[in-house]
Ligand binder design. Structure first.
Ligand SMILES: Nc1nc2c(c(=O)[nH]1)N[C@H]1C(S)=C(S)[C@@H](COP(=O)(O)OP(=O)(O)OC[C@H]3O[C@@H](n4cnc5c(=O)[nH]c(N)nc54)[C@H](O)[C@@H]3O)O[C@H]1N2
Ligand SMILES: Nc1nc2c(c(=O)[nH]1)N[C@H]1C(S)=C(S)[C@@H](COP(=O)(O)OP(=O)(O)OC[C@H]3O[C@@H](n4cnc5c(=O)[nH]c(N)nc54)[C@H](O)[C@@H]3O)O[C@H]1N2
Ligand code: SF4
Ligand SMILES: [Mo]
Length: 704
């Protein structure tokens, strides 16, 4: 047996681990106490990756489906058949009949994304989708509508106050869009920050691991956050607590914002959200006092009703309080293995890419080069010449991730070609014509260049493969490379022409990806526990001459309209009086891990409810319940939980439905893309969904 240092690539946190390797198999995995980023931390799902790699679910060969049966096939035969089919579909129907969906696990192997995108670009299609547009793309929308300050954000490590809204990083390690502040050794990081004096404010209807450590916990009714943020802005602007110098230099529209939020008094906030008027005022003053520190949000905000307006207002709080680095300050650290991005005290103007250029058949424009995943089913199902007929899914499971489960199934079944690259026969793979089995994390070399923008320190790590891969698997990037080669495409990756005649080695490609940084990859590779780059003392530079007049647009016209709509929305429904909210499970990564024996604390994805609500329905932990929304209904098992406020049902996504006789309640049988969709990113409402709950008369013995 050997114990090898490496790092976990199941989520963005990239924790250092020590892995027992016996007989070429991954055994026990523990956090690496000497890892310079994660300092020994690991989570239950990361420690069970061996079960994902060696367990009964693991695919060790590519599969081809005939009827409902998948049978193993040599991977190169699969790639060649897929290439022929795609080439024919493009010849018959044009490039836009091919789409790619990039899932969560697409992002954690450094070489996957550049090769997948290079192949996709070569097809000529514009139908690129990812989970971001069913996740926190309100952050993309806010950035593009406000504009971007290029000096960088204030960091968690030197802040006096932080406001976390709709995020529970002690469980999720939420990276957001690069703004997740507590991702590494999270309990210790938060403890250390509070010890040095950080004030933590949390906005979350539930009591959570994170809110339990907050100085102030505001508990709004789900879905009322737009009003809460407007109220915070009203207090701050009303009392002139904002950063007037920053606003004068970099922001347009402060007076319009002041007028727009003026009706949102603390009393109004109390009526709508249930947060006490005095508490709101205290929170606003606490945040404004800073002097340093930001708001950051998560899925509780970005999946709610009015999510784009709410995220916009959260960003506005950072902007009006000037929580960005100024000219001459030490810049945030970028570019350890990757190319450094110089910081300037300047504004990049708003960039409404979705308003011009390409629009898809569903009317959507491009956001960061992507179409909204909320429109993927329309793209497949609406008849017409550029209908999507072939879909490549990379490291995702859209069958469970996308709203309106029944419609997603219809759409997937409608495709002429569905290919997924997945290490198990996921719900999406079950419908796929081909499943490509990829290497899993400890079977491949990797480095941290693709994750470093999430890191709290200027850290870099490289790992070799610890165990050999099963014979029938290839690396994700190799699939895209070989597909491109078979289709006769030339690829460019990271500015370099890829040799299409002789397949490159992963190690050489990884070195190429890490060649623009300020540390030498050889030094990184020689350090089993990662390296911290020497401190970067570059300062925030002045604006370029042609940028000095650029201003952030704090209240664009469409945001003002969305704010008015949000303020007028009572959210109350007599037919569906309860509110279904999102929450993540510590032991499960989206749909991955639900089937690992003994891993999820509660099997079958229970619906957590306030004990008083359950008692009122004459139900208790273990009672069978039916949850009904305007769009569907599911059966679930109730779990009494005093951390859930009255009127709320909290349940995780990623589980397949009980109606199929399978594992546990699938929330996406309750959600839809046909109502309450945001403009621009077509983001559906996945939290604060109006539901009603009734007992089924059945009972399951509780686990705890
Ligand atoms: N263990 C684990 N970690 C994960 C994942 C996982 O599945 N499991 N998934 C990963 C992924 S893909 C993502 S995107 C991130 C997400 O990371 P987070 O956004 O931090 O996800 P959650 O931990 O669910 O936290 C969301 C919080 O929002 C609260 N909330 C729900 N509705 C509302 C509301 O209306 N208003 C407010 N203010 N709060 C609300 C919930 O109570 C919950 O505490 O996590 C990542 N990390
Ligand atoms: N109702 C509701 N719906 C939601 C959410 C919610 O909170 N509520 N959350 C949304 C969010 S934030 C997200 S990110 C999405 C998640 O949506 P997805 O990213 O589509 O779902 P995952 O379950 O993370 O899918 C990852 C897949 O990758 C596979 N995999 C594991 N390792 C590898 C590997 O090395 N290579 C490859 N190629 N594949 C691998 C896994 O087996 C798994 O099937 O769901 C969204 N949907
Ligand atoms: S938090 Fe867990 S899943 Fe994420 S990298 Fe660390 S050990 Fe892996
Ligand atoms: Mo996500």
């Amino acid at each position: 047996m050997a114990v090898e240092a490496s790092y976990c690539r199941l989520c963005q946190a990239s924790c250092g681990v020590m892995v027992d390797v016996t007989d070429n198999r991954v055994g026990t995995i523990l956090g690496d106490p000497d890892n310079l980023l994660s300092e020994g931390y690991s989570c239950p799902k990361g420690r069970r990756v061996g079960d994902l790699m060696n367990g009964p679910e693991r695919l060790t060969a590519a599969m081809r489906r005939l009827g409902s049966q998948h049978t193993p096939i040599p991977v190169d035969e699969a790639v060649s058949e897929i290439g022929d089919k795609i080439t024919r579909i493009i010849a018959d129907h044009g490039p836009d009949s091919v789409a790619m969906f990039m899932g969560t696990q697409h992002h954690f192997a450094t070489l996957t994304d550049p090769f997948a995108r290079a192949w996709f670009k070569a097809t000529g299609s514009r139908k690129l989708f990812s989970t971001m547009t069913i996740d926190q793309s309100a952050k993309w929308v806010a950035t593009k509508r406000i504009g971007e300050y290029l000096g960088g954000r204030q960091s968690f490590s030197s802040s006096d106050v932080w406001l976390l809204a709709g995020t529970n990083p002690l469980v999720s390690l939420n990276g957001g869009n690069g703004d997740g502040p507590i991702m590494h050794n999270p309990y210790a990081a938060l403890r250390a920050a509070r010890r040095r004096g950080l004030t933590l404010i949390v906005i979350d209807p539930r009591k959570t691991e994170t809110s339990n450590r907050a100085d102030l916990h505001l508990r709004p009714r789900p879905g009322t956050d737009a009003v809460v943020f407007a109220g915070l802005l009203n207090v701050i602007l009303g009392e002139d607590l904002h950063d007037q110098a920053f606003c004068a230099s970099y922001v347009d529209g402060i007076e319009q914002l002041r007028t727009a939020v003026a009706p949102v008094t603390p009393d109004f906030v109390e009526t709508v959200s249930g947060i006490g008027r005095d508490e709101l005022i205290v929170a606003a003053r606490m945040f404004a006092a800073g002097p340093r520190g930001m708001v950051s949000t998560g899925t509780g905000i970005c999946m709610g009703p009015h999510s784009n307006a709410t995220e916009h207002l959260a960003t506005a709080l950072n902007v009006v309080c000037g929580r960005y680095l100024r000219e001459g300050e030490v810049a945030g650290s970028t570019g350890v293995l990757g190319r450094p991005v110089p910081a300037r005290a300047a504004v990049a103007l708003p960039d409404r890419t979705w308003e011009s250029g390409y629009h898809s058949r569903s009317g959507a424009g491009l956001l960061y080069g992507q179409l909204p995943s909320g429109t993927l089913c329309d793209e497949i199902l609406t008849p017409g010449p550029d209908r999507v007929r072939a879909l490549i899914v990379s490291g995702g499971n859209p069958m469970l991730a996308l709203p309106d489960h029944a419609r997603v199934r219809t759409a997937m079944q409608q495709l002429d070609l569905l290919v997924t690259i997945d290490s198990r026969l996921s719900e999406t793979a079950e419908l796929a014509h081909y499943v490509i089995a990829p290497t899993m994390m400890y079977e491949r070399a990797d480095n941290s260049v693709s994750m470093e923008r999430f890191f709290s320190k200027p850290f870099a790590m490289q790992t070799k493969a610890l165990v050999p891969a099963p014979g029938g698997v290839i690396e994700d990037w190799q699939f895209f490379y070989r597909l491109a080669r078979d289709q006769g495409y030339e690829l460019r990756v990271a500015g370099n022409q890829v040799n299409m005649h002789s397949e490159p080695r992963s190690e050489d490609l990884l070195a190429m990806m890490a060649s623009k940084g300020r540390v030498d990859l050889a030094d990184v590779a020689a350090s089993a526990h990662g390296v911290i780059a020497p401190s970067d003392v570059s300062l925030v530079a002045p604006a370029l001459p042609d940028e000095t007049d650029n201003r952030l647009d704090i209240l664009p016209h469409d945001v003002a309209l969305e704010l008015n709509t949000a303020l007028a929305d009572s959210g109350h429904s007599t037919e569906f009086p309860m509110s279904l909210i999102v929450q993540r499970m510590r032991e499960v990564m989206n749909s991955l891990g639900t089937a690992v024996a003994g891993l999820p604390k509660y099997p079958r994805n229970p619906a957590q409810m306030n004990p008083g609500d359950l008692a009122a329905l004459d139900l208790h932990t273990g009672s069978g319940i039916t949850i009904t929304s305007a769009h569907g209904s599911i059966d679930a098992v109730a779990q009494a939980d005093p951390s859930i406020p009255p009127g709320v049902v909290a349940i995780s996504h990623g589980w397949s439905g009980t109606r199929d006789g399978a594992l546990g309640a699938n929330v996406n049988e309750l959600t839809t893309t046909s109502a309450q969709i945001q403009t621009i990113n077509s983001m559906p409402m996945l939290t604060s969904v109006p539901v009603r709950v009734s007992g089924t008369g059945q009972f399951t013995e509780p686990v705890d």
